[in-house]
Design a protein. Structure first.
Ligand code: UT7
Length: 335
């Protein structure tokens, strides 16, 4: 294994205060708390209030991550924002984050890999640090999914929530844990399979179906998902990506302290963890409180787990995610 080039120097997250419970949804669509909880593990999700936009949440998470890293906005060399719910199609949400942070003289761009967006961002950031081109990269996963969900479609609206998570990736600098092991991003593995692109989409509003009164009336500008198609491939690919990333480090699953999986469905998480042979008490989850926040899911969960004292410096965390694209990935980090 190559020694790690980069390390997570600080993490942060932001969740809007507004809570929408399963009981609230029972009044909106034909569903029950029991169905939602049994099938997904979700009890409630956060919903951003009117007036709050994606870059607001991203900026709040970024500020927390900068504080945790002991850095200031001018220290940032690159801003990467993983999102499928940008402020607007153009320009990138990342430049609004840059504006709101007051981070000057650095490139800022969005990347579209849906629920795997954070892991794609982490992988790209690591490359820039590895080559020496950049020192501090701000990687954000942020989604305001409540604005692109069809609140009349019970098969999707019960799943998603709003939120943002961020990390500052910087040089590993030879840092080691108390038992002498290298701290940093030990391995990442990212992958896409466009053959399944139709399984999860916002089909309208782009060049295929430019926005029109018809597109709006048919709600083609909202999330459309074939849940069963994604479910099957998620279990298989989350296992495979985590295993491949582990193999790159020469570690086995039982040597990992924590699994920090994308929070799409508790049953997917349980199946993947069982396949890896990881016991439940090593699997971090918050899906019951926040639902599926797509690209924000891993960095929110990671930051919550660090701030609560669960995940400690020197511990090893395996992250994995899969979503629209389909795109997926795994990463192994020693904190
Ligand atoms: O993060 C992005 C990646 N996305 C995912 O990973 C999502 C992967 N997929 C899933 O998590 C699951 O497929 C869902 C949670 C979306 C659905 O669970 P499921 O166990 O696969 O249910 P299903 O789609 O097979 O539907 C079972 C039944 C259907 O009724 P019939 O046809 O059996 O009569 C649905 O119409 O449940 C019905 N149903 C609901 N009932 C009550 C679907 N949604 C609801 C609902 N409340 N909200």
């Amino acid at each position: 294994m190559m020694s790690p080039a980069s390390r997570i120097l600080g993490t942060g997250h932001y969740l809007p205060e507004g809570v929408r419970t399963n009981a609230d949804l029972e009044k909106m669509v034909d569903t029950t708390d029991q169905w939602i909880f049994d099938r997904t593990g979700i009890r409630e999700r956060r919903i951003a209030p009117d007036g709050v936009v994606t870059s607001d949440m991203a900026t709040a998470a970024a500020k927390n991550a900068l504080d945790a890293a002991g850095l200031e906005p001018p220290d940032i060399d690159l801003i990467l924002v993983g999102t499928v719910t940008p402020d607007m199609p153009m320009p990138a949400t990342a430049v609004f984050v840059q504006q709101k942070l007051g981070a000057r003289n650095c490139p800022a761009m969005d990347l579209s890999a849906a629920c795997a967006g954070f892991l794609f961002g982490l992988t790209i950031a690591d490359q820039f640090i590895r080559t020496g081109a950049m020192t501090h990269v701000l990687v954000i996963g942020v989604e305001l999914l409540s604005r692109v969900v069809n609140w009349e479609d019970r098969t999707t609206c019960v799943l998603f929530g709003d939120g943002a998570g961020a990390v500052i990736l910087g040089p590993a600098g030879g840092a080691t844990s108390t038992d002498g092991k290298p701290r940093g991003l030990l391995a990442t593995k990212i992958q896409s399979d466009g053959l399944l692109a139709q399984s999860l989409m916002i089909p309208g509003g782009g060049s295929v179906m430019p926005m029109s009164a018809d597109i709006l009336a048919l709600k083609k500008h909202k999330v459309h998902m074939r849940g069963q198609d994604i479910f099957k491939v998620a279990v298989k690919n989350l296992y495979a990506a985590t295993k491949e990333a582990l193999d790159m480090t020469g570690m086995t699953a039982d040597q990992v302290d924590w699994i920090c999986p994308h929070q799409a469905n508790l049953r997917i998480i349980d199946f993947a963890a069982t396949r890896l042979g990881v016991p439940k008490d090593k699997v971090l989850t918050n899906i019951d409180r926040v639902g599926n926040t797509s690209s924000a899911s891993i960095p929110i969960l990671l930051d919550e787990s660090i701030r609560s004292g669960k995940v400690k410096p020197g511990e090893t965390v395996a992250m994995c995610a899969l979503g629209a694209g389909i795109s997926w990935g795994g990463a192994i980090v020693r904190m």
